[in-house]
Each structure stands twice: as structure tokens, then as C-alpha cells.
Design a protein around this ligand. Structure first.
Ligand code: PGA
Length: 254
């Protein structure tokens, strides 16, 4: 199955002014005009959603959402509100949110709420530790099954999985996952998905990699990893560090 390659910029809780967010959003939109294949999802902090103008190649993303449509939930943002603002992709279950108490049950509930509003959930999974006995594989299998619980085959064809090993997040390129290890893990994830939904459906689900993706490792991870693109944190905060990653994805020939 071939996918249009995708790069997701997860700005996390950055930058600290609307002015900087707008500048970065504008520069990335301008650069996207030269992309041949790659699509870009920019997920700024919700307060800066207006800093990113969606276009043919640039889509608006959110970093989190609540599971209900409206009501007495102080401080939360509903999927209806995101959709109404032009958001088409929502990251859910990022390890930094899981560390704040979000579990698979909640991730599943949120992912289904995102689908119900016609947006695409980018469901993050990933182990804390890559142990040599392979215990992390059972962990991943469990996380996938619980996060996707109750989803129909039709739902499942509308999701994106982001494999983000926690141990590889927020470091330098040398500390990221090796391309051949990534390939093995992606094959394992596809095996778990095949058991749940059959081979054809499993192979129609785009799998992104996230965790210290930089200019130095983007090309090899893309070439050997059997992935559809990247979820990028730190390197997505400047044009200088982000554009080479997008270019590596854009020029990748599968
Ligand atoms: P990183 O973050 O690229 O800074 O490692 C990735 C992520 O947390 O999504």
C-alpha cells in the first residue's frame, strides 16, 4: 500500500508568542509550495491555531482534545470546536500526555470522538524501554489493542499510528532508533494489526515514526523503516532544522 508521505510538526508548548508562531507557520506554508509529494500537518498549541493557514499541502493539527462534544468541562477543548476551526488531524495519546495520566481507555475514547467529527486521529504508541528480551513487543501489542478497542474496519482505515518509543524522544539523532530496528518494530505492529483486522486493512494504516528525527537520520529511517513519514517535535520549531526532514520525506521513492 502506498501512502502520500506525511510529516507532522508537533510544536508542543512552543513558541511563547503568537508572533513567533505566525512567522514559523507562514515560512512553512511558503516552503510547502515546493513539496512534490509530502503533506504537512502543523500542530501548534491550540491558542495559536490561527497562526497556521491550511492549504493544499498544509493541514492544521491539534495536540490533544476532549472526548465529549460540549458541556461543563472547564479548560477542555471539544472535537467539534477543533473541527469548526479547520483542524483535520488530532494527535492523541502522546507519551507526554500519557505521563500526565492519560491511559489507553481515554486514548480510545478520544480517538473515537475525533473520528466522529470527521477528523483523523494520530494515535501515539511507544514503549518506555527497548529491552533485549523483547518485552516491549508485548507492551506495544497491548497498547495497540486497547487504544483501538471497539473500532470497526471502516474506522481503522481512517486512523494514523505514530510509533514513538519514549526512550528516543527529545534527544539527538544518535539516540534515535536505528533504521533497521524501526523496520522490525513496524513489521511487528503490522502483524498485530493484521491479527485484528486482516492483512489488507493492516497494511492500509499509515505508520509514522517519532523520536529525535533530525536531518541526519531522516533519510535512512524513511528508506529502511517502512514508514509513511514522521512525527517531529524539537526539529519542527525552526525552518532550518525542519525543512531538510520534510525534503527527505518528499524526495523518498518507495
Ligand atoms: P522529538 O519529539 O522529535 O523532539 O523527539 C517527538 C515527539 O515527541 O513527538
Amino acid at each position: 500500500m502506498k501512502f502520500r508521505p506525511l510529516v507532522v510538526a508537533n510544536w508542543k508548548m512552543n513558541p511563547t508568542s503568537l508572533k513567533e508562531a505566525a512567522l514559523l507557520g507562514k515560512s512553512l506554508s511558503k516552503l510547502s509550495l515546493s513539496f512534490k509529494k509530502a503533506n504537512l500537518v502543523i500542530a501548534p498549541p491550540t491558542i495559536y491555531l490561527s497562526a497556521v493557514k491550511p492549504s493544499k499541502k498544509v493541514f492544521l493539527g491539534a495536540q490533544n482534545v476532549f472526548w465529549d462534544k460540549s458541556g461543563a468541562y472547564t479548560g477542555e477543548i471539544s472535537p467539534v470546536q477543533l473541527s469548526e476551526r479547520g483542524v483535520s488531524y488530532v494527535i492523541v495519546g502522546h507519551s507526554e500526555r500519557r505521563a500526565l495520566g492519560e491511559d489507553d481507555f481515554l486514548v480510545n475514547k478520544k480517538a473515537r470522538a475525533i473520528l466522529a467529527e470527521g477528523m483523523t486521529p494520530i494515535i501515539c504508541i511507544g514503549e518506555l524501554e527497548h529491552d533485549s528480551q523483547g518485552k516491549y513487543l508485548a507492551f506495544l501489542s497491548n497498547q495497540i489493542k486497547s487504544s483501538l478497542k471497539g473500532m470497526s474496519k471502516s474506522d481503522i482505515t481512517k486512523i494514523i499510528l505514530a510509533y514513538e518509543p519514549i526512550w528516543a524522544i527529545g534527544k539527538d539523532a544518535k539516540s534515535a532508533m536505528e533504521a533497521n530496528d524501526l523496520h522490525e518494530t513496524v513489521l511487528y505492529i503490522q502483524k498485530v494489526l493484521s491479527e485484528l483486522y486482516g492483512r489488507a486493512v493492516a497494511h492500509s494504516i499509515p505508520i509514522l515514526y517519532g523520536g529525535s528525527v533530525k536531518e541526519e537520520n531522516a533519510e535512512s529511517l524513511m528508506r529502511e523503516g517502512a514508514i509513511a513519514g514522521f512525527l517531529v517535535g524539537g526539529a519542527s520549531l525552526s525552518v532550518k532544522t525542519f525543512v531538510p526532514i520534510v525534503k527527505a520525506v518528499d524526495s523518498f521513492r518507495s
